[in-house]
Ligand binder design. Structure first.
Ligand SMILES: [Zn+2]
Length: 146
């Protein structure tokens, strides 16, 4: 946007560096940023959630969503989010969760007909193993393949 460019010029930052423009305008709700291609299916699904569920722009929805996911990744990378649970295998409709507290691999099954997860060790969908799976990227992969 024109006012953004004027702002950059007035602060005498090098306008040839796109990164500087983006950094200058990000966080202020400005239009700075970079373009990335989304797959058609991702675009359509994200656009639907942005509009129907969150009543916001696709741009804001994608940035919020990715920003949250990246914060989690960065915390995990720095060891700031330690869990005694790790998903070690995704096979068919099953997520296998290694639980370091009980030193066991627990089978969490996705029941496609009822659209729910069940921990076969605890016999329900209320335990920490299920909660862990609900927040995992692996669940998304399982659901995409189902
Ligand atoms: Zn469990």
């Amino acid at each position: 946007m024109f006012p953004t460019i004027l702002h950059v010029l007035s602060t005498s930052l090098p306008v040839t560096a796109a990164g500087v423009i983006a950094a200058t305008t990000s966080g202020g709700g400005g239009w700075g940023g970079k373009t990335v291609m989304l797959d058609y299916s991702v675009y359509d699904r994200a656009a639907r959630f942005a509009k129907d569920k969150y009543h916001t722009s696709l741009r804001k929805y994608v940035n919020d969503y990715l920003g949250t996911a990246l914060k989690k990744e960065e915390l995990l990378e720095r060891g700031g989010l330690k869990s005694h649970l790790t998903i070690v295998l995704v096979q068919g409709n099953h997520l296998y969760v290694k639980d370091d507290k009980i030193e066991e691999v627990v089978d969490v099954a996705y029941h496609e007909d009822e659209k729910r997860l069940e921990c076969l060790k605890d016999g329900n969908g209320e335990c920490g193993h299920v909660a862990y799976c609900l927040n995992s990227n692996e669940l998304g992969k399982l659901l995409a393949a189902a």
